[in-house]
Write a protein that binds this ligand. Structure first.
Ligand SMILES: NC(=O)c1ccc[n+]([C@@H]2O[C@H](COP(=O)([O-])OP(=O)(O)OC[C@H]3O[C@@H](n4cnc5c(N)ncnc54)[C@H](OP(=O)(O)O)[C@@H]3O)[C@@H](O)[C@H]2O)c1
Length: 323
């Protein structure tokens, strides 16, 4: 038996239950991982509170971890006991051990720690596709990144800056503004106090943004559309404040023949070759120091607190649980 955090019924952070569970031996094509650090992501809250349906009940929360291979099932050829690995995958992350499909795990380079990996596999690969594939950010791109001091936000600000973009970020407090600025954000907007559309107009001298990365949803829509120049890209990649209500697609025409997309990592990393190349891209920018992964750790048994803090807008950077 090993320690894990399970959900028996959906609800608030208090439904996260720290308990012992039995982890089976790895089956065909699977590995067993002793997990050293587990990532906490907003998607974990969506599964915990029932906005995303879990495939079964009870379930072990969490979709991202890093650790060491301790057993290998039949048919696994490219991983062995002792290898350092990390993954983004189906529920089961918040546990001291887990069984996982070998073809969805990636080997960790020696210069990436378990803590960094658990803080970046989901968030960092998301930033990788958002900036390089959903919309190609490059020199001179003007981008708005909401929740710039959050887990995805801090990685996105650094990476977009590294690609040569002019980065504008919204944040919930002055402390977060300072942190975002230290991490590549050129201009910050306190969107709880300031009209962020007016500030974007001002900062860009009326040019507006080429792309808006919006993981907030309900409370920043439709204002995010007003931050875009004609033919700009609205990238709605999450809903930390709740889902955007249904809207008439003619709104995109009225706001400037805009493009709008609602992407998810699952589709961008569906093929093994894409998963590996996205992970390598991430390992390169983090390994070279261009992008840092600020992490804040909680003990696995304190998962409830980690969710309270994440949903209470108290965290910055990446949150991880240590078994
Ligand atoms: N589509 C994908 O592939 C993908 C992958 C990973 C993550 N995501 C999405 O990316 C977003 C960020 O995820 P994350 O794990 O890095 O979280 P996070 O940004 O660290 O935390 C969420 C932040 O959102 C802001 N926020 C604004 N309104 C909020 C509200 N009503 N309740 C809670 N927070 C609110 C807060 O920052 P301020 O205090 O600064 O406002 C908070 O810190 C989430 O929407 C997540 O679902 C999407």
């Amino acid at each position: 038996m090993v320690a894990a955090v399970r959900v028996h019924k959906t609800g608030g952070p208090e439904v996260l239950t720290y308990e012992d569970v039995a982890i089976p031996a790895p089956g065909q094509g699977q590995i067993k991982i002793k997990q050293h650090a587990c990532g906490v992501n907003f998607i974990d809250c969506y599964f915990r509170n029932g906005s995303y349906p879990a495939p079964s009940m009870p379930f072990i929360a969490g979709n991202e971890s890093a650790g060491e291979v301790i057993a290998v099932g039949p048919g696994v050829t490219d991983l062995k006991v002792g290898d350092r690995v990390a993954y983004v995958g189906p529920l089961g992350g918040y546990a001291a051990e887990r069984v996982f499909n070998a073809d969805r795990a990636v080997k960790l380079p020696n210069n990436i720690s378990y803590e960094q990996a658990a803080g970046m596999m989901l968030k960092g690969m998301t930033v990788q596709y958002l900036l390089n594939r959903t919309f190609k950010v490059g020199k001179g791109t003007i981008c708005l990144i909401h929740a710039a001091a959050g887990g995805v936000g801090l990685i996105a600000c650094q990476w977009a800056n590294h690609l040569g973009a002019n980065v504008i970020g919204t944040v919930g407090s002055k402390d977060k503004a300072e942190l975002a600025k230290k991490n590549g954000c050129h201009h910050t907007i306190l969107y709880r106090d300031e009209d962020f559309v007016a500030r974007v107009k001002d900062i860009t001298g009326g040019k507006l943004c080429d792309v808006v990365y919006d993981g907030i949803g309900k409370t920043t829509f439709p204002a995010s559309l007003d931050c875009l120049r004609p033919l700009g890209y609205f990238v709605s990649f999450g809903s930390a404040s709740g889902q955007i209500a249904a809207f008439n697609i003619n709104l995109l025409q009225a706001k400037g023949s805009l493009f709008a997309t609602r992407p998810t990592l699952n589709h961008y990393a569906a093929k093994r070759e894409d998963l590996v190349s996205m992970a390598n891209d991430l390992f390169n920018v983090v390994g070279s120091g261009e992008v840092k992964i600020p992490t804040h750790s909680y003990a696995l048994k304190d998962a409830v607190q980690s969710h309270q803090d994440l949903e209470g807008r108290k965290t910055t950077g990446s949150v991880i649980l240590v078994p």
